[in-house]
Design a binder for this molecule. Structure first.
Ligand code: HEM
Length: 422
């Protein structure tokens, strides 16, 4: 993990030179808080839940650590950008500015103050000593970055395409796709807004914000529950992959050598975002037995149908006709637990969102489904099986996109995207 202070040269010097005198201080982090830095990684921390001290997520690593960091913070935000850089040199500057800012934010380093005749380098919304707050930031690229603007046409991850209309989709172009996606998580909203504004401030020459999506990842902690509930009232994440299991992540999440992918992409991951509205008024008028049949789990406990334990093993082998767990229930289609589908697993890291009310007086809320997988074909196979599932009547995918989360970097002086642009 980063050494904090003193700051190493390298990328920061390059950036400073590129920005000229006014922007020079962007890369010059104050060192005062170096020793209180509490670096944490994906391994999680003891005493999660009530009373724990939020910590720092590492910036560097073989993979972007925020993809697997635990605990999953309470709040999340997605910010999709259009790259307005004119050429490869501008794109390189953008990645350098972005990486420096993300590294500083995640380490809690503040820019130096400067002459009051200039606008301050800091928004100031977290004061002079930002708390760690489990801030995690992931940088991903979209298929459109590999068009003819930057000479990257032959460097795209092999499966990366613009997200097509999938079953049941009503994609809103104003909330879909993007050249670049920044995913931000933290325990408090001001930490997220601070990160977004510092990122936009540092990259405004080359990035324009296209759309955002904000929400919360946890249900009520007060209820003492481990697994958060989504806005349908069901526990969401019960059968998710354990992100602290490095071997599991290597098998299902990270692109590896020999995957028939460009060498630069090894260590990265395909990221799928599906902004899925839930028709909650309709759902709330649906019988409990029907709701449970649609999902394939009990609502209160999260247990497989017919069971009482949330984490009991799901076994469909004694139920070939779907008498206990309907054949078209969400979990049975998503993961039929057959030999052929055993490898089609993904890491889900979605969150709930609420966007007020629509013109018809209906609540506009749902799930920002986010998944990371080693191959996009894994997601597409699961999505294909879900095509036509009864849950479709209660949901409407409205936005999102397919992205590729960049591989991690060894140290803070290497820019995210350096391997892509090399
Ligand atoms: C609003 C839309 C969705 C809702 C409300 C929803 C809800 C749920 C719930 C309640 C579970 C069971 C608890 C758990 O194991 O996490 C679940 C599991 C799962 N969902 Fe979804 N989901 C949605 C969309 C999707 C999409 C778009 C995909 C992928 C294409 C997906 C893939 C999965 C997978 C892989 C599982 C785990 C199945 C297992 O291994 O048992 N879900 N979902």
């Amino acid at each position: 993990m980063s050494s904090g202070c003193p700051m190493a040269p390298g990328r920061r010097q390059v950036l400073t030179a590129a920005l000229g005198s006014v922007g020079a201080a962007v890369g010059l982090a104050a060192c005062s808080d170096g020793d209180r830095e509490e670096n944490r990684n994906a391994a999680g921390s003891p005493g999660q839940g009530g009373g724990r001290t939020p910590g720092r997520v590492a910036f560097s690593g073989a993979h972007q650590p925020a993809i697997t960091a635990t605990p999953v913070p309470a709040l999340a935000s997605l910010a999709a950008f259009r790259v307005t850089a004119q050429d490869r040199a501008g794109l390189t500057e953008m990645f350098a500015e972005l990486s420096t800012t993300v590294a500083d934010l995640m380490a809690g380093r503040m820019p130096e103050s400067r002459d009051p005749a200039y606008p301050p380098m800091e928004t100031g919304i977290l004061g002079p000593d930002p708390p760690p707050d489990d801030l995690g930031i992931v940088v991903s690229v979209g298929a459109s970055l590999f068009d003819d603007r930057f000479g990257l046409e032959d460097r795209a991850p092999r499966e990366l395409v613009t997200m097509p209309f999938l079953a049941n989709d009503r994609l809103d172009s104003e909330r879909s796709h993007g050249d670049l996606l920044v995913s931000i998580e933290a325990q408090h909203d001001d930490t997220i807004q601070h990160a977004l504004r510092q990122i936009m401030r540092a990259t405004r020459r080359h990035l324009v914000l296209a759309w955002t999506g904000e929400g919360y990842a946890r249900g009520s902690e007060g209820a003492g529950q481990q697994t958060p509930r989504n806005l349908l009232g069901f526990k969401d994440g019960t059968a998710n992959l354990d992100s602290s299991d490095a071997e599991l992540m290597q098998r299902h999440v990270w692109v590896a050598d020999g995957d028939d992918e460009p060498a630069w992409s090894v260590g990265g991951s395909y990221q799928v975002v599906r902004v899925i509205r839930m028709l909650v008024e309709f759902w709330d008028r649906t019988r409990l037995s029907e709701q449970e049949a649609v999902i394939g789990r009990h609502k209160d406990s999260g247990a497989p149908l017919g069971g009482t334990e949330e984490f009991a093993e799901v076994d469909f082998s004694g139920d070939p006709d779907g008498r206990r767990t309907p054949l078209d229930s969400h979990i049975r289609l998503a993961n039929p637990r057959t030999a052929e589908t055993a490898d089609q697993l993904m890491l889900r890291r979605g969150f709930s969102y609420t966007r007020g009310v629509d013109k018809a007086g209906q609540l506009d809320q749902g799930l920002a489904f986010v998944s990371y997988q080693r191959s996009l074909s894994t997601f597409l196979a699961v999505q294909e099986r879900l095509n036509g599932e009864p849950l479709e009547e209660y949901i409407r995918p409205e936005g999102g996109g397919f992205f590729f989360a960049l591989p991690g970097v060894e140290d803070e002086d290497t820019s995210l995207g350096a391997a892509l642009l090399a």
